[in-house]
Design a binder for this molecule. Sequence first.
Ligand code: SF4
Length: 104
Amino acid sequence: MFELRPHFEWRGLGFISQSGLKLSSAYAAFDAELRYTVPGIRVADPKACQCGEVLKGVIKPWECKVFGTACIPERPIGTCMVSSEGACAAYYNYGRFARERQVV
Ligand code: SF4
């Protein structure tokens, strides 16, 4: 049903070769990307957001300079804080317990 895309742009990570799937040509009739005109919408991450580094494991969410201050689940700046499964939102909601254990 699926085939590899030559490249795909991931928010916070940029273009990565052969990292995404698309419907194969056998299922083209069901492919919304082909059936509808979808403009190439690109949404740049805000400058303060370090989701890319969080997703790559370069920094922990609480090491972002706006974590828990300007960026909270109720007012997210980056995608990692938007949904409850986002790394930053999860650390915001539950990570304090792990950090407190490390400090003790
Ligand atoms: S989602 Fe918020 S806390 Fe997480 S990296 Fe982006 S700006 Fe920083």
